[in-house]
Design a protein around this ligand. Structure first.
Ligand code: GDP
Ligand code: MG
Length: 288
């Protein structure tokens, strides 16, 4: 038997979360076209044949500007240090100075597989020089894929399995993640905020599940708090006559019900918490 941790790392927006979902054939990670959607480490479990992989989806590699981002980079460091295999994602438009293989190497000794994602967006003829450029780097393998459409993903999976160390399964075969349901509920609400709002609103928002009650009879009850940093943002999030918040609620509820496979009653509240992204105590309270 083989098992091990496989960390997905790379710049914001290269498609790490999309790849995780594709590998697991299940929407586990939230995705948006905006960079820095993923904030917390997410573990996705894939069991196939005699292999069990623990995929860690991480926030994007960036230069931290505030406490929340600093904590996000710390999570990447831990994810790389603990990895048995590192999957380093780039897109076809990468600049060599952006590639941080040296940084990854400095954190651990695990093999690094370089994945070129989004190959559906470049003509085949342009791919070869891109692959060649990556081959000069200190990586074990170079694998072109499209996480969105699935091209190359089976190849990648086989390659990962080859690099996995021998070991027992750490989780039951049917498990998909080690995160609790309330984590996914909060993430799906946050995804809608990323989808529906522009500019700074998504980045000023975090979601905390205040109550998650499973009921024998009737729907589960979920009460979530959406924190923003300013009163003006609260107004935008709620919208005229509460329309905007209602829309988040309706769309998030559908996604949560899909995810859980049962019906829920979702209640949303918006609260202002000034500068929460810089507030160490608060960040700790909400699980960073
Ligand atoms: P992350 O920040 O690295 O986790 O990136 P996401 O997985 O959130 O993806 C960022 C954006 O890139 C989303 O709009 C995805 O739909 C898109 N994307 C991801 N993989 C692919 C791909 O293989 N092809 C194309 N065309 N788009 C992709
Ligand atoms: Mg992501």
């Amino acid at each position: 038997m083989k098992s091990g941790y496989v960390s997905l790392v790379g710049k914001p927006n290269v498609g790490k979360s999309t790849l995780l979902n594709r590998l697991l054939k299940r929407k586990l990670a939230i995705i948006s076209a905006k960079p820095q959607t993923t904030r917390k480490r997410l573990l996705g479990i894939l069991t196939e044949g005699n292999c069990q992989c623990y995929f860690l989806d991480t926030p994007g590699l960036l230069r931290p500007e505030y406490e929340l981002q600093r904590l996000m980079v710390e999570q990447i460091k831990v994810a790389v240090r603990d990895a048995d295999v590192v999957v380093y994602l780039v897109d076809p438009w990468f600049k060599s100075e952006d590639i941080q293989i040296g940084f990854i190497r400095s954190l651990g000794r695990s093999p690094v597989l370089c994945v070129i994602n989004k190959i559906d967006l470049v003509p085949k003829s342009q791919l070869l020089p891109i692959i060649d450029a990556i081959k000069n780097l200190d990586v074990q393998e170079v694998i072109p894929i499209s996480a969105l459409h699935g091209e190359g993903v089976d190849e990648l999976k086989k390659t990962i399995f080859r690099y996995l160390p021998e070991g027992p399964f750490l989780f039951p075969e049917e498990d998909l993640s080690d995160s609790p349901e309330r984590f996914f509920a909060a993430e799906l609400i946050r995804e809608k905020v990323f989808e529906f709002f522009k500019k700074e609103i998504p980045y000023a928002t975090c979601v905390v599940i205040e109550e998650f009650k499973e009921r024998e009879k009737g729907k589960d009850y979920i009460r979530a708090l959406i924190y923003v940093e300013r009163k003006s943002q609260k107004g935008i999030l709620i919208g005229k006559n509460g329309e905007a918040l209602k829309k988040i609620g309706v769309e998030a509820r559908k996604e949560i019900e899909d995810f859980l496979g049962r019906q829920v009653f979702l209640e949303l509240w918006v609260k202002v918490r000034e500068k929460w992204r810089k507030d160490k105590k608060f960040l700790k309270e909400i699980g960073y």
